[in-house]
Design a protein around this ligand. Sequence first.
Ligand code: THU
Length: 160
Amino acid sequence: MKKIEITTPITLYDSVEELPLDVQDLMMEAVKIRDTAYAPYSKFHVGTAFLLENGEIITGNNQENAAYPSGMCAERVAVWQAGSQFPGVKIKTIVITASSKNKPVKEPIAPCGGCRQALSEYEIKQKENIAIYFMGETGNVIKTESLHDLLPLAFDKSFL
Ligand code: THU
């Protein structure tokens, strides 16, 4: 028996202003699309923006449904759009922001487990890390260098 520790390196930024300028611009795109999320049930609005290697920016927000499980998270809305419209084009950077109609969202909001799995597929497929930045409404931003850092021990095609 042996114990192994898995660690997750993160970078913590005090505010959006500390981010590289291109990432600040990307975050502004995510904020814009966050505000048009369709979230009448949770009142929790998530916006995301993806920068592709060809310079295209894909944005997405969460889309809810009266039949709750039929709704979808912002990140998967965006990653499937990227995968369908730009097949084979690598994703370089993902930014995510969330706000709520019920309370201030002051802490960085990490992508849910289902989205980590969905995004991880594309990082593995493109054989290149995707940088991920996430925040609440404003305030602190967390960056991880890859999906792998957010989802160690992921299920992947090698198991099939
Ligand atoms: N949500 C996202 O869009 N992304 C996540 O990573 C976590 C949760 C959405 C789904 C639902 O519409 C709302 O936030 C509350 O869970």
